[in-house]
Design a binder for this molecule. Structure first.
Ligand code: AMP
Ligand code: ZN
Length: 471
């Protein structure tokens, strides 16, 4: 039974999805105004791990992640770069996807863009206004927090004790209450001149950040969904505001399980430009390789701070190499294995079965991946021990298949031992050329042909990636 720590109740709860057959997850995605830092990717990876664990446990997952392609920062920095907002955000959306590939993060089923969902945001603002939960002032539309008594149920903040000026923007005198947040923002003259505006019943506006996530999640899943993820910094105000908007509009519970990942810090300190300790993913991948970075991020439980340092990275790298070496040993041994020479070994088979139970139990306990990695090391240890004494093919196959199952669940060793036949590689090459020539029909036909042969091609930023289809 999977148990997840729900920020809403501050408890580990048994996970029951709304629909037996499919789990709905909405993840807050990137604001595409620069290359995401490694902390952002730690959080994106947490969601990927959640998806993989759910799949391992037999669920089908529908993950939606938004792309924030319009906000103060994207507008400001696109201007600085002398680019249109669209050109600018496209560039960083591509960067974001490249990072996902580097970490072997599986793609979501959909990446809706804020700019493509403004109609829905205007509708939401209208609904909230009809219900007395929103009001217009000077062309902007605000949420009236005082009209939603449950405000604060996620963050558990005591709003009576919050001093205005400390955490509330006192510059925004135009609101009825300084804590009220913006749903739709009146466009400035400069934004209008740059064409960054949408027509609404209240004039030219652009969307607010909180509004976009409520709208895009409900567009895909309806009023209620299973899981919503993000970093801890989003609990307040972003997710608190999403609840106020969605539940205020529909009267139904919005999200059943709120999952938040702790932050990544560097050498004990918060990452910040002024301290010069902000790392981007390509920098780290260059140094350690994508799989090691992924493994490193996974080696700390998602609800604990990850204190990144070179020595931390080295330790994770050593642990990763140890596991990989055993995989290579098993692959090598199986080639020369002979059933007749060595008897089967019931004890080993039983032992590996127990380890699979331990592995699953660890993951079911609020995604305890560090514990699952410890079980993986135990599997590695007994495998190496067995290789010294026996080489029965059945036993080796059992060990190797479990080894691969653990690897797939953790999203590592993606390439190891994948023997892609030459004729398939030839088809991949021809397809690459067709793609370069923008001959999409040929490229699609070749993808289909490759699939018929049992292989999948993924187009990543580093070129095509070919894998045998999961059976
Ligand atoms: P942003 O692009 O700023 O909207 O952030 C994307 C995601 O990264 C959000 O889920 C944030 O909560 C998360 N995030 C931001 N800073 C960190 C950090 N230092 N460590 C882990 N996650 C972070
Ligand atoms: Zn969001």
């Amino acid at each position: 039974m999977l148990r997840l720590y729900n920020t809403l109740t501050r408890k580990k709860e048994v996970f029951h999805p709304l629909k037996e057959e499919e789990v709905s997850i909405y993840a807050c995605g990137p604001t595409v105004y620069n290359i995401p830092h490694i902390g952002n990717y730690r959080t994106f990876l947490m969601t990927d791990n959640l998806v993989r664990i759910l799949e391992y446990l037999g669920y089908t997952v529908n993950l939606v992640m938004n792309i924030t392609d319009i906000d103060d920062k994207t507008i400001r920095d696109s201007k600085k770069a002398g680019m249109s907002l669209k050109e600018f955000t496209e560039k960083y959306t591509e960067e974001f996807f490249c990072g996902l590939d580097m970490l072997n993060i599986q793609r979501a089923s959909s990446y809706p863009r804020a700019t493509e969902n403004v109609d829905g945001m205007i509708e939401l603002a209208q609904t909230l206004m009809e219900k007395g939960l929103a009001y217009e002032k000077d062309g902007s539309v605000y949420y009236r927090i005082a009209a939603f008594p449950e405000y604060g149920k996620l963050s558990k903040l005591d709003f009576n004790s919050i001093k205005v000026g400390a955490s509330v923007d006192v510059d925004e005198y135009d609101k009825d209450n300084p804590r009220d947040f913006v749903l739709l923002k009146a466009s400035t003259q400069e934004e209008i001149e740059r064409g960054i505006y949408y027509e609404s019943p209240w004039g030219k506006i652009r969307p607010g950040w909180h509004t976009e996530c409520s709208v895009m999640s409900m567009n895909h899943f309806g009023p209620s969904l299973d899981i919503h993820t993000g970093g801890v910094d989003l609990i307040f105000p972003h997710h608190e505001n999403e609840i106020a908007q969605s539940e205020g509009a529909t009267g139904k519970p919005f999200v059943r399980y709120w999952i938040h990942g702790e932050h990544l810090i560097v050498d004990g300190e918060k990452m910040s430009k002024s301290k010069g300790n902000v790392f981007t993913l390509p920098e780290l991948v260059e140094k350690y390789g994508g799989e090691v970075v992924r493994f490193m991020f996974m080696s700390v439980h998602y609800r604990k701070k990850l204190d990144f340092s070179d020595s931390f990275a080295q330790n994770a790298q050593n642990s990763y190499f140890k596991l990989r070496e055993t995989l290579e040993n098993l692959q090598f041994a199986i080639k020369g294995a002979d059933d007749n020479e060595y008897p089967s070994d019931k004890e080993m088979i039983d032992l590996s079965g127990n380890l699979e139970d331990d592995f699953r139990n660890a993951l079911e306990d609020d995604m305890n991946i560090p514990k699952a990695i410890a079980v993986y090391h135990e599997l590695s240890r007994i495998s190496n021990q067995y290789l010294e004494s026996g080489r029965n093919k059945d036993v080796l196959e059992k060990l190797l298949s479990l080894y691969r199952k653990f690897a797939d669940t953790l999203g590592i060793f993606a390439q190891e031992g994948e023997e892609v036949p030459e004729e398939i590689m030839e088809l991949v090459k021809i397809r690459e050329q067709a793609r370069k020539d923008r001959d999409w029909d040929t490229a699609d036909a070749l993808r289909e042909k490759i699939a018929q042969e049992g292989f999948v091609v993924q187009d990543t930023c580093e070129g095509p990636n070919v894998k045998r289809q999961k059976r």
